[in-house]
Design a protein around this ligand. Sequence first.
Ligand SMILES: *Cc1c(COP(=O)(O)O)cnc(C)c1O
Length: 402
Amino acid sequence: MKINRALAALPAGYLFQEVNHRVQQYLAENPEAKLLRLGIGDVTLPLPAAVCRAFSEAALEMGTPEGFRGYGPDYGYDFLIDAIRAHDYAPRGVKIDQDEVFISDGAKSDVGALQELFAPDAIIAVTDPVYPVYVDSNAMAGRLGQYENERWSRAVYLPCTAENGFVPQMPDAPVDVLYLCSPNNPTGTALTRSQLSGIVDWALRRDVLIVFDAAYKGFIRDQDVPMSIYEIPGAEKCAVECCSFSKTAGFTGVRCAYTVIPKTVQYEGDSLNRLWKRRQSTKLNGVSYPVQRAAAAVYTDEGWQQVQSNLDYYLGNARVILEGLRQAGYEAFGGVNSPYVWMRTPAGTPSWDFFDTLLRRAQVVCTPGAGFGPAGEGYLRLTAFNTRDNTRQAVERILKLL
Ligand SMILES: *Cc1c(COP(=O)(O)O)cnc(C)c1O
């Protein structure tokens, strides 16, 4: 049997492994240390009560003759699809048909699988630093060439740094697909309406597909930051959008997400909506009924209020981090429409070195920016998913370093 050489050649995903390794080593030497973790990339608040109620009621329904359900619709139940259209799109003036929404078990699955719709030699562009799934899923399919000096030879990297305000400069080189994440993981920055318009216009001119990852849209509080790429005219012809209940509603352990593919997204005379339907009906048998009921409860008045209060809590933590760092004279970005703050290390210190400084001198754990791509060097990611108390303490400790 011949193995997938492209998959075998992938570099080990070593970022969080290495973070863990350094933390464990420090704890072994300093067993008394009380570490404060601002590297957490997962939600921490419990599920809203309205969501749990719908979740358990639906599970009990399955135990009755009238309520039992076997395989659901491949693309999701209408009650959830309609709730999404009515609450996430209609109020923003975006008209999405029922058969343009695809329910799934996660945005990671969708964003990783979308590359199955592209030609084997399609050219992929990503922002740098980047959520690794976009790159790795294309590399596994053998689309990215050789890996050398932290880069794939056939991928196009678009650096996003403080110098360009974390807005990628669109390349002149040929590109078929651009992966875009806003609000961004890891930088915590979000594209404004006019910045996103510029990118959509570029994609339309070049016949490029945008894969838009909106996993953090629930954190947007700025009127000038679109929650959906379809708020930008023309995006319905050049973009697919991946959304998730994970970060917005605490579903990282429950698993529910959705991808929108308008029928107007057409390349070489074929519709991506048709191709994705064909792909999903072959590889997915839907998402469980109780999970979809739980997700639909996010859109009830009670569920929505509870979800917003959780999001406000995380955003409050992000503000504590952002303002604390800035007061101390650090350069810090993001953290306004996002649970992530991206800070520049002082005096160009390499990000792994400053990670060690924070660990050893402040007992604060963060994530080194270099782990997200070459342009992440010189930055750190701090997250808002700890408690308010721990967040405040962590910031105080960082300030005392000075
Ligand atoms: C967390 C995250 C997701 C969400 O993935 P799920 O599979 O829905 O939990 C998607 N994209 C980015 C950039 C993320 O950080």
